[in-house]
Design a protein around this ligand. Structure first.
Ligand code: GLY
Length: 342
């Protein structure tokens, strides 16, 4: 079959299955109005992030500026224990942050295991714009950030330190990502519930401007109580984030190891390139993890969020409870629950 015929066949299949699946609900959830410009992001705290991004996008500003501004909101939130300065530390009590940023032309930058810098997303952007590299890690990332003028701070928040001391009492090493995000949002997570549900989310934010130009940002403090040096999917281009102006963008949340194993966000975008809707692409990517990791998938959460260049949205997760925020000219604070596999 030629590439063109294969594409058309996939498109017809996607349309047919979309009409009978979550595709229809995602389309109606996103509204039938103008779909560009539009911003989507993961979890309840995505609402505030979207609104900050919207301030820029609605005025015709740069889509890259918009996603960076959006990601900085949860990074600065003193109540957010899974992103930025108030994130939970690793098992040694060290707060290490991961972030990536990418535009639809393939330019991208990322930092991993970065300490003492409150806005890793802005350092990631500097990596993209000021270096010939894509990813800086650990001490090298810190050195670069300081050279770039970012203030070096002691970031571990009192609430996060207290939660770490609670965890130390048992020191059970059972890192697991959020699976039931019913109560968390931007609320403080109760201390002393380490290692189980509600210990971890990621901000993944995708935006498309009126002209169809895309960008994305992804930022997290990673799993609470992780081994020092552990890096998840968020700063790995193709895993936690992938953007291509020809097609669309995708981001992920949940157990980063599972997303890295499947090159998850790249997979979602490539499925969209083959003609699948964002919703179908997210569903297939989740189902691949479930199928290949049958034994563990029932106990873990991975969610994908996607945005096509035309502004169409997809969201799908292994478990129930994955919320995502949508912002466009019609409504700036919409919040939905994704479809789920289990
Ligand atoms: N999804 C973020 C992480 O696993 O660190």
């Amino acid at each position: 079959m030629t590439d063109r015929r294969r594409f058309l066949a996939a498109s017809v299949a996607a349309l047919a299955s979309g009409a009978m699946s979550g595709n229809a609900s995602a389309a109606s959830a996103a509204g039938l109005g103008k779909k560009r410009p539009r911003i989507v992001s993961t979890w309840d705290f995505g609402v505030a992030a979207n609104q900050a991004a919207w301030q820029i996008l609605a005025k015709g500003g740069s889509v890259l500026d918009a996603v960076e501004a959006g990601a900085r909101v949860p990074e600065a939130d003193p109540k957010n224990h899974s992103v930025g300065r108030a994130g939970y530390p690793d098992r040694d009590g060290r707060l290490t942050l991961d972030a990536s940023i990418m535009d639809g032309n393939g330019d991208c930058g990322a930092v991993a295991a970065l300490e003492h810098i409150a806005h890793p997303i802005s350092v990631a952007r500097r990596v993209m714009e000021k270096t010939p590299h894509v990813l800086l890690v650990g001490d090298g990332a810190l050195q670069f950030a300081v050279e770039q003028g970012f203030p070096k701070e002691e970031l571990l928040a009192p609430e996060s330190e207290q939660a770490w001391h609670e965890w130390l009492k048992k020191s059970e090493y059972k890192p697991s990502a959020n699976s039931e995000n019913k109560t968390y949002g931007t609320q403080a997570q109760p201390a002393g519930k380490p290692g189980g549900a509600n210990n971890h989310d990621t901000l993944g934010l995708l935006a498309v401007d009126a002209q169809g130009r895309l960008a994305g940002a992804c930022t997290t403090s990673g799993m609470a109580w992780k081994l020092h040096g552990r890096v998840g999917d968020s700063p790995i281009i193709g895993a936690g984030l992938y953007v291509d102006n020809e097609v669309g963008a995708a981001t992920s949340t949940g157990v980063g190891e599972e997303v890295i194993r499947t090159a998850g966000s790249f997979l979602v975008v490539e499925l969209m390139r083959q003609g699948h809707s964002p919703q179908e692409a997210c569903r297939y990517a989740v189902q691949r993890i479930v199928r290949k990791r049958m034994k563990t998938a029932k106990d873990l959460q991975v969610g994908f969020l996607a945005l096509s260049r035309s502004g169409e949205i997809g969201a799908y997760a292994i478990q129930k409870g994955f919320s995502y925020a949508v912002c466009d000219a019609r409504k700036q604070d919409a919040l939905y629950q994704s479809a789920s596999s289990l």
